[in-house]
Write a new protein. Structure first.
Length: 479
């Protein structure tokens, strides 16, 4: 495309020269004297044709032609051919398109010289040319000096005007080229930045996977060795070891699942992620459209709860659930709807309840049956991936719509049961793990309720046995 535009600019000047030559030859043909003026028309046409390709030669020709006319070596301008000096304006235009500053300055000087020579030829009569420009146009006699000055100024104004138009065109073209170059550069920078951020995110994911699995597997192996060593003498320690292994395994599984979610999600994994702190801005935006939104936080002073209570992916999931619930209230109950958002941190995780009421004009038609849309399914999937569960259904009295979700914290437990036969992972009865069901179905997962103090005491109890077992194994192994 760029080559085509460049070739087009190079062809315009020769095409203009051809049109100029044909026009003036045809004009002189009807009045006679074609042979006498062909040399002048031809030299001017060559100057126009070379103006963009060889500008220095073109500038020399626009001065040589008037000089030849003054010396009588070329036909002088007449009443019918003096307008042929328009070729000088064309040359100035095409030369001004060149980006060279010194060439443009030289062209302006040449325009002044050519204007003076042309004005002399038009204003000063000679023995061979007794008539002048004033008699051709019927202006009367105003004095040779005044007439020469006026013609020089007028011709230079025309030539300089064409030169200025060429400079303006060149400036506009240069701005467009620079803009295109900047856009291309910006696109390359954005691509490079995206690749860099993706590489950094992959590196972070790799480190997170390594840290999660390495720590968890080290604890599992240590507990397993200690439990095996003490199984015969202290069976209660072996039972505690198995519970600790189950807790650590479930925690590692949840961490890896969150990391896999970051890799497999559709949107850009490096994009800025919303947190619970952004719920306030979301609520403000919905209030601006006319909705009445109330936010209540229980068990914490801020919506985001205690520091580090939820992982970033879990905070994003809760934010999206609140966003979808408010959006559904706006779509199905209109701008006059009233929504109550309740965030309860008093349990073993975050309990979210969004209750919407309103009988305003809906923005979209309500869907029923199997065509209820993907909003509820999307919220359910987000809650499941965050390790929790979600229900969305009308209230018992039918006056409101309630969305209830639970997302466990680091020490919490959440199991979303499925009536359709979803899988279930739960701790032993002795562990006291809590199991909570969900009407929407999905995977079921839970953290064991074993106390951290018990796990720590178990680990300290078997640490020495593990080391002794490892030492004994080393001694028994062949060298």
């Amino acid at each position: 495309m760029a080559d085509a535009r460049r070739w087009g600019r190079h062809v315009v000047a020769p095409a203009a020269a051809l049109v100029y030559f044909v026009f003036w030859v045809a004009s002189a043909w009807g009045r006679g004297g074609v042979a006498d003026n062909t040399v002048v028309f031809g030299l001017f046409a060559v100057a126009v044709a070379l103006a963009y390709w060889i500008p220095t030669t073109s500038l020399a020709l626009v001065v040589v032609v008037p000089v030849l006319q003054l010396l009588g070596l070329a036909e002088a301008p007449s009443q019918n051919t003096w307008m042929a000096y328009v070729a000088i304006a064309l040359v100035m235009f095409f030369v001004a398109l060149k980006p060279s500053p010194w060439l443009r300055l030289v062209a302006l000087v040449v325009a002044a010289v050519a204007a003076g020579l042309a004005a002399w030829l038009l204003a000063v009569p000679t023995l061979t040319r007794p008539q002048s420009w004033s008699t051709w146009v019927g202006a009367g006699t105003t004095g040779l000096r005044i007439e020469f000055s006026l013609l020089t100024a007028a011709l230079f104004g025309v030539f300089a005007g064409a030169w200025a138009i060429g400079v303006a065109f060149a400036s506009i073209r240069r701005v467009l080229v620079i803009r295109q170059a900047l856009e291309a550069t910006e696109t390359r920078f954005e691509a490079a930045d995206l690749e860099l951020r993706l590489a950094q995110d992959r590196a972070r994911i790799s480190r997170d996977v390594h840290d999660a699995l390495a720590h968890s597997l080290a604890v599992v192996v240590s507990q397993a060795q200690g439990g095996l060593a003490l199984q015969a003498t202290r069976p209660e320690v072996a039972e505690e070891s198995l519970r600790t292994i189950a807790d650590v395994g479930r925690t590692a599984l949840l961490d890896v699942r969150r990391l896999v979610e970051r890799i497999t999600q559709d949107d850009d994994v490096t994009a800025p992620r919303e947190t619970l702190a952004d719920v306030a801005g979301l609520v403000t935006a919905m209030r601006e459209v006319g909705m009445e939104v109330e936010v209540a936080v229980e068990g914490a002073s801020e919506p985001q709860g205690p520091p580090g209570a939820l992982a970033p992916s879990q905070e994003l999931a809760v934010y999206r659930i609140v966003q979808e619930s408010l959006t559904n209230a706006l779509k199905h109950a209109g701008t006059s709807s009233r929504v109550a958002v309740r965030l309860d941190w008093r349990g073993r995780g975050l309990t979210l309840q969004v209750t919407s009421r309103g009988r305003g004009a809906p923005l979209v038609a309500a869907r029923t049956g199997a065509d209820r849309g993907a909003g509820v399914r999307g919220m359910t999937e987000r809650a499941r991936l965050a390790g929790g569960w979600l229900t969305a259904q009308p209230s018992a009295d039918g006056t409101s719509f309630e969305v209830t979700a639970f997302v466990p914290t680091a020490g919490g437990s959440a199991v979303s049961g499925s009536a359709a036969g979803g899988s279930a992972v739960s701790g032993s009865a002795g562990g006291g793990s809590a199991v909570s069901g969900s009407a929407v179905g999905g995977d079921v997962s839970s953290d064991s309720g074993a106390s951290s103090a018990g796990a720590s005491s178990t680990a300290s109890s078997i640490a020495g046995v593990t080391a002794a077992s490892s030492s004994a194994s080393t001694e028994r192994s062949p060298s």
